[in-house]
Design a protein around this ligand. Structure first.
Ligand code: SF4
Length: 386
């Protein structure tokens, strides 16, 4: 039986592995070897690490382990996308989604089980918060995607070229674990992903963005969703604490700290009659004038605990046009993998809600509709937040 105290090699950054080997009286290069075995070859058996002496392997087995989160559901879409439901140590389930496109494969992963921030358009927020994922539970999602897609069996080279932290949870509310996980994803002895291809998406936890530059140079996406404080505070409570001007200041400083020229992606979920007017687009164009960026528009995907509706195709097109005419590069998120419930806004979780928030939302929804609540409705749609 595996001891709970053993440290999990899957979630140790190279710096932490070096410390571990130093404590064992070993040379730092052992860290590189172990990382390659686990992350590049997909090894979960310490005995299989044949370039490490038998004695050291024995020592490692006594003091450490390689413990993965558990995949409990596995769905493949007709369009080539995949969705996996992952059970973490807290007992909650989170999701990750793989979306292949020409020339790249993007994996969307979760950083928390549930979320405490309660954005009004997001079903994850309505489930309440359960737990921060450990480094191994975050990195383990990428490990599993590689395993499932054939990277470790040699069937496929490197199926995952991009990682976006846009699944369940607010990554920067789980700062230390996310920073270590991103470090491992970008480490050449591990997954070796480019800093341009690892994106941390945040709703705007300003103090965390302020300190990010001391930990990483990963790319960043901002869930903005409104062009002014009044509206943003209504739909994203975090804005009351960290208003837009502060957020933009913080993002600019982070971008300025990067060694190369990159721009953040501004995510804007279009909700019918809430933030999708032409004037909102004009205001957004003015607001973002001082922040070089790309804008990603996401038509809202309705779910039963929300009164919000998806905007019409023409209002999405108008919104886009206004921004484009103002000089912005604008993309509109297209739906993928909706046959497996993994389209944007359809991520499923099953969170042990420690806040009882889901119960409150459920009662409100029932009293609105007069219908009996269907649990699967709650879990079936996470508003598109990235
Ligand atoms: S949009 Fe993001 S930050 Fe807001 S509640 Fe959902 S997961 Fe949390």
């Amino acid at each position: 039986m595996v001891s709970a105290e053993k440290s999990n090699l899957l979630g140790l950054s190279r710096a932490k592995l070096k410390t571990l080997f130093a404590d064992l009286g070993e040379k730092p290069f052992r860290a590189d070897q172990v990382m390659k075995w686990i992350h590049q070859r997909g090894t979960t058996d310490i005995d299989a690490m044949t370039d490490i002496s038998k004695n050291l392997r024995q020592l490692l087995k006594e003091q450490t382990e390689i413990r993965l989160p558990t995949i409990v559901e596995d769905y493949a879409s007709a369009d080539g996308s995949h969705k996996w439901i992952v059970e973490v140590a807290s007992g909650s389930k989170v999701e990750m989604v793989f979306i292949p496109e020409s020339g790249r494969g993007t994996l969307c992963i979760s950083s928390q089980a549930g979320c405490s921030l309660d954005c009004s358009f997001c079903a994850t927020g309505k489930q309440g918060f359960n737990s921060n994922l450990t480094v191994a539970e975050i990195v383990g999602q990428l490990w599993w995607a590689n395993a499932k897609l054939g990277a470790y069996s040699g069937e496929m080279g490197r199926p995952v070229s991009n990682v976006v932290m846009m699944g369940m949870g607010e990554p920067l509310m789980n700062f230390d674990n996310v920073m270590d996980a991103v470090d491992i994803m970008m480490d050449d002895c591990a997954f070796g992903l480019s800093k341009r291809k690892v994106t941390i998406s945040t709703s705007g936890v300003v103090p965390a963005i302020d300190k990010m530059k001391d930990y990483t140079d990963a790319s960043i996406a901002i869930s903005l969703h409104a062009p002014n404080d009044e509206l943003r505070s209504q739909i994203m409570p975090i804005n009351k604490k960290y208003p837009i001007a502060e957020l933009i200041r913080s993002v600019k400083e982070y971008m300025a700290s990067l060694p190369d020229r990159r721009v953040p992606v501004i995510e804007y979920t279009l909700i019918k009659g809430v933030n999708d007017h032409r004037q909102h687009a004009r205001d957004l164009a003015i607001l973002l004038k001082s922040l070089p960026c790309k804008i990603n528009l996401i038509p809202f995907n309705p779910f039963s605990l929300s009164d919000y509706e998806r905007p019409s195709g023409s209002s999405v097109a108008n919104f886009r046009q206004i921004l484009q005419e103002a000089g912005y590069t604008v993309t509109v998120r297209t739906t993928r993998a909706d046959d497996i419930g993994a389209a944007c806004g359809q991520l499923v979780g099953d969170v042990v809600d420690q806040t009882q928030r889901s119960e409150r939302h459920k009662k409100r929804a029932e009293s609105r509709s007069g219908k009996v609540f269907d649990k699967t409705d709650n879990l079936a749609v996470m508003a598109d937040r990235v």
